[in-house]
Design a protein. Structure first.
Length: 204
C-alpha cells in the first residue's frame, strides 16, 4: 500500500505531537511531581464507583496485563511470520515499547496515587502507565503490520485497538492505580515509538 502524501504528513504530525506532549508531561513530573488536572479526575471517578463498573474495570485491566499481552503478542508474531507479514516491525513495535516502559518507570520513579483507595493496588512505579503504553503499542503495531497488504483490515484493527486501549487507560484511572498524566504519557510514548518506527522502516 502506498501512503498518500496527506497520510504521511498526518503521521509525521502525530509523531511530532506525541513527542512534544510527552516532553511536557515528563517535565511536569520532574519539576512539579504532577499536574493540577490529576486529582480532580481521580476524585470524580472515585465518586462514581459502582460494583458493575468495578468488575468492568478489572476485566479491562486484565486484558492488558502482561500475562495476557505476552502470549497474545507471541501468537500474533508467529501468525505474521507464518503469513510472511511485517513480523519484524511488529516485534520491534511491541518489544521496544515494553522496554521503554520499564526503563522510563525506573527513570521517573513516580509513586502510585494515594488520594483514594485503590481497587487493585500496584507496587511498581507509576509513570508512564505500562497498561496504556502496552495496549496502544500492540494495537498500533498490529494495525500497521497488516495495513500495507490489507488496508481495510488494518484500519479496522487500528480503530478497534485504539478504542480498547483508551478503555484500558480509563480502567487504570478508575481503579486509582494511575494518575491521568501517567496514562496520557503511556499513550504518547506508544504513539511516538510505533509511528516513528513505521515511518523509519518504510523509508529504509
Amino acid at each position: 500500500m502506498r501512503l498518500s502524501s496527506r497520510t504521511l504528513f498526518l503521521m509525521r504530525a502525530l509523531l511530532g505531537g506525541a513527542l512534544a506532549g510527552f516532553i511536557v508531561l515528563a517535565t511536569g513530573v520532574f519539576r512539579h511531581e504532577g499536574f493540577a488536572f490529576d486529582a480532580p479526575i481521580l476524585a470524580w471517578l472515585y465518586a462514581h464507583r459502582s460494583s458493575a463498573l468495578d468488575q468492568t474495570a478489572r476485566l479491562l485491566t486484565l486484558s492488558a496485563s502482561a500475562k495476557v499481552l505476552a502470549p497474545l503478542s507471541l501468537a500474533l508474531l508467529l501468525w505474521l511470520w507464518y503469513r510472511k507479514g511485517r513480523w519484524t516491525f511488529f516485534l520491534l513495535g511491541v518489544g521496544g515499547a515494553s522496554v521503554l516502559s520499564l526503563l522510563m518507570k525506573e527513570v521517573f520513579a513516580r509513586g502510585r496515587p494515594h488520594l483514594f483507595p485503590a481497587l487493585m493496588p500496584e507496587k511498581d512505579y507509576s509513570f508512564p502507565s505500562g497498561h496504556a503504553l502496552g495496549s496502544m503499542a500492540l494495537a498500533l503495531a498490529l494495525g500497521f503490520a497488516v495495513l500495507d497488504t490489507h488496508p481495510s483490515v488494518g484500519r479496522l484493527v487500528l480503530a478497534l485497538g485504539a478504542f480498547w486501549s483508551l478503555m484500558v487507560g480509563l480502567s487504570r484511572l478508575y481503579l486509582q492505580v494511575h494518575y491521568p498524566s501517567d496514562v496520557l504519557a503511556g499513550f504518547l510514548v506508544a504513539m511516538g515509538w510505533v509511528f516513528g518506527l513505521y515511518l523509519w522502516m518504510r523509508k529504509n
